[in-house]
Design a protein around this ligand. Structure first.
Ligand code: PSU
Ligand code: MN
Length: 293
């Protein structure tokens, strides 16, 4: 059911990349450019990109340029629970972090790069909405490189749940979990690391101890410190218009892109590709450090 490209199969250092952000995280067309650039940065770091998605029911690991271009907004958002249905029905699905991790587990991939992990939504006490990304991360031996969690979440609650699930949160040259668009002000990380090699060593030790996923959180290079009020406005507007569930993230992201004059779009693009580069460094360091056993 899973087709791994020849290039990925032959590689020792591999970085998985998701397709939900390609299809739904950016304005149409832009996501594909971001996906390509992320792949380029992984290669520059000496690793092979393994972009994951479902094409006509086939779960694919490693895509050609033309295949990547098929992940437009018509692709179904595919979390861990959706993979089987997508495969059996022959559909085209853009995998979330959680969906991508489920494929990583099956394919033996140990590093993934993305923008923001899913987590606990604001107002979860009234409307429980907790991303399957967290449970996939807690059950997959993989390092996920991100700039923290999705900006519109309850970050403190997400950090607590990551602790509950036993997921180490490593701060890349940072003591706090980055807030996606903002570098500072988040909850403390569980360990700070100064290099990709140090992150790889920590991951190997965690896996030897029987642990599973780790989050390697890299702050954005350009911190948008004034973005929080706009984020609040976007969430309020979504609620006013009755946007719910899977529609909320794309709605709020495009609201932000529009109202910030493109600043959030640039920030989002920059952090996704920089995280891919760091993920490439971690994959290279892991393959140099040898096997898990
Ligand atoms: N962060 C973003 N844009 C996105 C996502 C995260 O800035 O598009 C996507 C990722 O694919 C992540 C998913 O895995 O949202 C989580 O969605 P949910 O909360 O529905 O599980
Ligand atoms: Mn959700």
């Amino acid at each position: 059911m899973i087709r791994v490209s020849e290039e990925v199969r032959a590689a020792t250092a591999v970085v998985a990349l998701e397709t939900t952000l390609v299809a739904h995280g950016f304005p149409a067309g832009e996501g594909i450019r971001v996906g390509r650039e992320a792949e380029r940065r992984v290669r520059e770091a000496g690793a092979v990109p393994a972009t994951v998605g479902v094409l006509d029911g086939e779960i694919r690991v490693g895509l050609s340029e033309d295949e990547l271009a098929r992940f437009d907004p018509t692709a179904r958002k595919t979390g861990p629970r959706d993979l089987a249905a997508c495969a059996v029905r022959g559909e085209t699905g853009a995998t979330t972090v959680g969906g991508t991790l489920a494929v990583c587990r099956a394919a033996g991939i140990r590093v993934m790069g993305t923008g923001g992990l899913g987590g606990v939504h604001r107002g979860f006490a009234a409307h429980p909405d907790i991303s399957a990304d967290l449970f996939a991360l807690a059950s997959t031996q993989v390092v996920v490189v991100s700039s923290g969690v999705k900006s519109l979440l309850d970050v403190a609650a997400t950090a607590e749940l990551l602790e509950t699930l036993g997921v180490p949160v490593l701060g890349y040259r940072a003591d706090e979990l980055p807030l996606f668009y903002r570098a500072r002000g988040g909850p403390p990380v569980s360990a700070r690391v100064e290099s990709a090699a140090e992150a790889a060593a920590l991951a190997l030790a965690h896996w030897r101890l029987g642990g599973a996923g780790l989050l390697l959180a890299r702050p954005p290079d350009d911190s948008l410190d004034d973005i929080e009020p706009l984020l609040g406005e976007g969430l309020a507007e979504a609620e006013r218009r009755g946007v719910v569930g899977q529609g909320v993230t794309p709605f709020v992201l495009s609201f932000l892109h529009e109202r910030s004059g493109g600043r959030t779009l640039r920030a989002n693009r920059d952090l996704v590709v920089a995280n891919a580069a760091l993920a490439g460094d971690v994959a290279t360091a892991l393959s140099a450090a040898g096997s898990v056993e």
